[in-house]
Design a protein around this ligand. Structure first.
Ligand SMILES: [Fe+2]
Ligand SMILES: [Fe+2]
Length: 287
């Protein structure tokens, strides 16, 4: 059962004068990753094949994620009426595949799998909160608020199942930390970069991971404020069994914030360099 329906969104309040052009390519890319949730459900169903409660929860989860994709895709088409979400998604599906028939979790254990899922929901929950806070466009604000609430609920869902498996599997703290850090690092892999490519660039241009991840992250990282990072650090801490509030969490949040600024500057510099290389020579030189 979904907690809201796409048709409840006040689409008629869409205000094109309030659209931030830096947000549009991010929304288009995110729409595809969200819409692609059915592959992850197939994978989770296969990993948790003898756990009907979790399988049911994973099926419900996917329905909500797919709706996130549909809502973001619909907003992308409001913001850019020339954009074809269906066509972009077909292209994404054809080029980005995950292994759905796994005998066991790629994270080494079910606890590890659920910690990785908690990392994803932490990331999406803070990301949509940040985008929703940043945008002045009323429909996107509403969509982001609805999605962020779902993502936080998803976090709690995977967290509760993780606790159940942790009691059984007793995964060590170091192993939990490694899975969490590994999954956070994967946010810069192909999933988002390729979605950026399919959502925003022509098929005539060959896919280049570095170019696309810089284009995505250089923009996305600019929308975070310290409070978003502070909150997600708390969620990461909770997932691996550390105190979500306190001195260590404060220190980690400040470190993560600095790391984010540093990464963002590097991506923005890469974007600028690429733009300069592609730009026509200045008029004086050309003359
Ligand atoms: Fe989502
Ligand atoms: Fe989610």
């Amino acid at each position: 059962m979904k907690h809201w329906h796409i048709d409840q969104v006040a689409w008629d309040r869409f205000d094109p004068t309030k659209v931030d052009p830096e947000i549009v390519p991010l929304v288009k890319a995110a729409a595809m990753v969200e819409r692609n949730a059915s592959d992850y459900t197939a994978y989770l169903n296969s990993v948790f094949r003898d756990d009907p409660d979790f399988r049911q929860a994973a099926d419900n989860w996917a329905v909500e994620e797919i709706q996130h994709g549909d809502a973001l895709g619909r907003w992308g088409m409001c913001a850019d009426p020339s954009w074809d979400f269906e066509a972009a998604f077909v292209r994404y599906r054809a080029g980005f595949k995950i292994e759905v028939n796994a005998d066991a979790s790629i994270r080494g254990s079910r606890t590890g799998e659920l910690i990785a899922r908690c990392m994803v929901e932490t990331g999406t929950s803070s990301y949509y909160t940040a985008l929703g806070d940043a945008t002045e466009e009323p429909v996107l604000k509403e969509v982001c608020r609805l999605i962020a609430a779902d993502e936080y609920r998803h976090f709690k869902l995977f967290y509760d199942h993780m606790k159940r498996y942790l009691a059984r599997e007793n995964l060590s703290f170091m192993k939990r930390l490694r899975v969490a850090a590994g999954r956070i690092g994967e946010s810069e892999d192909d999933e988002l970069a390729y979605a950026y490519y399919c959502g925003n660039e022509s098929e005539d241009l060959p896919y280049d991971h570095q170019r696309c991840i810089a284009a995505y992250m250089g923009r996305a990282m600019g929308f975070y404020r310290f409070r978003h990072i502070e909150r997600s650090t708390g969620m990461v801490f909770k997932s691996i069994g550390l105190e979500p509030r306190g001195r260590l969490a404060d220190l980690a949040a400040r470190g993560a914030w600095r790391l984010l600024q540093w990464r963002r500057e590097r991506y923005v510099a890469a974007l600028r360099k690429a733009a300069n290389e592609n730009a026509a020579p200045p008029l004086a030189e050309a003359a």
